[in-house]
Design a protein around this ligand. Sequence first.
Ligand code: IPM
Ligand code: MN
Length: 345
Amino acid sequence: SHSINLAVIPGDGIGQEVVTQGLKVLSAALPQDVKLETKEFDFGARRYHATGETLTDADLDALKQHDAILLGAIGDPSVPSGVLERGFLLKLRFAFDHHVNLRPSRLLPGVATPLAGQPAIDFVVVREGTEGPYTGNGGTIRKGTEHEVATEVSVNTAFGVERVVRDAFARAQARPRKKLTLVHKNNVLTFAGHLWTNIFEKVAAEYPEVTTDYLHVDAATIFLVTDPARFDVIVTDNLFGDIITDLAAAVSGGIGVAASGNINPSREFPSMFEPVHGSAPDIAGQGKADPTATVLSVALLLRHLGRDAEAVRIEEAVAADLAERGTTPRTTEEIGDALAARVAS
Ligand code: IPM
Ligand code: MN
């Protein structure tokens, strides 16, 4: 179609600054005949303090009317930990069935990594997004006593595991190296581990060209540091995926460049694209935040909408910008302007 109807959630802290630049680059990338319509949603700490509300059913209905969602960051020290995270971010991921949490890692030329040498890093983590220990199944008994017991149940359904494993196999099949690694902890988490392993092996039989591998999550953290080039596509559960994608970001340029997509592959609901980083309240409003992660999230958004050509233009602009990035610090806006100029040229 020749219009994009985008819901924009700037959120808290640096969210507004990075989203402004992301939208600037998006506008620059789109051909003249594509109409970009944006609607901003004022979710986050400010609205929570003003109304006591997080995400309402009416909000969800309004968001549903859009082709996709661009999110800056949600989270603020003035709100107890977990309230905004559960109330906005996780609620959105669950309500819109964002079961594929896509997190690519590429170490681009000119980008510093704490790793020795310059390993070739180009992999994507397919993190399950709607199950595992994130569902809020659990509880506390004897609360506040010395005998308090807390449980946090990890929910793994055959349906939920199979659909994300299938998505990961399809992505691996489409990439040149065609390799898929399952990351879990099936030596200890035997119930969920066996469900994941069995479904992984079942689906593998349908993809004879895809090379498969299995790693326990602890071993995977070693290889992400010592041999990240071994990874092509990784599929894993919600919590392991959360943890290893921060590590993946750290070795491939840091959270300043780490992008993500919360994807509903069936397109029944809009998918949501966001930088992996948080709201960084310590640097908010100072023009110091790097908008690159948001800009790369915009590229993922375009690819999800079938606009691969524009996605590639943005990724190439980012690669060129990073390769030529000097030592002089630039403001958020200067980086956004530079990227928009490259994309438009
Ligand atoms: C992320 C974040 C979230 C998560 C938090 C803020 C709920 O860490 O997007 O990786 O754990 O998924
Ligand atoms: Mn995280």
